[in-house]
Design a protein around this ligand. Structure first.
Ligand SMILES: [Zn+2]
Length: 240
């Protein structure tokens, strides 16, 4: 992977960075890995990676850039990534992956191809740019993210955390900036996504528990929900 987007500096997310770079340097000495992270922690992340590579006696090449919410990074001709604000006790970002497209402008739809070609030759701009939101990845976040960026509900694929399931853990989610299943239930009717991947489940729970809880408590979206780490497709006709 040439480009790596880090949501925040908590070690369950960031600890593997020096190892990834060291591994990539072994595969290709000239490969430069581009790492993006929240701007307020960029310095510390850079020192952390550099220390890891030094201990490993490795010369992994990397460029690190801190991002603020709203900043964009181009990835080749067709894609770009946009950072967005999430809700976590440390500086954190989520990332949207956009696909750029050029389409025939609506006013020229239905015209014969020869006519469109004639217009193009005469210098008329017959195309219009559009963008498709392919993936929204929320990193670690509490439910405020749904108010901060409502475009999440329209991403083709939404990756959102579901850390807690039990009723007794509602306050823990609020305190640590994590999502409780009830937070997802509260906005379940707004998910327009083709698929929703739930990740970051607390070790207090098992993946199968989350799957069951989704089938029982979020029946309206259960068929589109996938539990990260659990094999197989979403249960169909699951007991409700
Ligand atoms: Zn975290």
């Amino acid at each position: 992977m040439r480009d790596l987007f880090l949501s925040h500096g908590h070690l369950d997310h960031a600890l593997g960075l020096p190892f990834l770079l060291s591994h990539r340097a072994m595969q290709s000495r000239s490969a430069v890995t581009r790492i993006y992270c929240p701007e307020p922690v960029a310095d510390r992340i850079e020192r952390f990676i550099a220390a890891g590579l030094e201990i490993d006696a490795c010369t992994g090449n990397f460029e690190l850039r801190g991002l603020e919410p709203g900043e964009r990074v181009g990835l080749g001709r067709d894609f770009d990534v946009e950072a967005f604000a999430t809700e976590h006790p440390v500086p954190s970002l989520g990332y949207h992956l956009w696909r750029r497209r050029t389409r025939l402008a609506t006013e020229y739809e239905g015209l014969e191809e020869t006519e469109i070609a004639r217009l193009r030759r005469s210098g008329v701009e017959v195309t219009a740019a559009s963008r498709e939101l392919l993936v929204s990845y929320c990193g670690d976040t509490g439910p405020a993210v749904f108010r901060r960026d409502t475009r999440l509900f329209g991403a083709t694929l939404l990756m959102v955390e579901a850390t807690y399931i039990d009723d007794g853990l509602r306050d823990r989610g609020r305190e640590f900036g994590h999502m409780h299943l009830e937070d997802l239930a509260a906005v379940a009717d707004r998910f327009d996504n083709r698929a929703i991947v739930l990740h970051h489940l607390s070790r207090r729970h098992r993946l199968e528990e989350l799957r069951r809880a989704v089938d029982e408590r979020l029946p309206e979206i259960a068929e589109r929900v996938h539990v990260w780490g659990l094999d197989g497709a979403p249960a169909r006709g699951a007991s409700r």
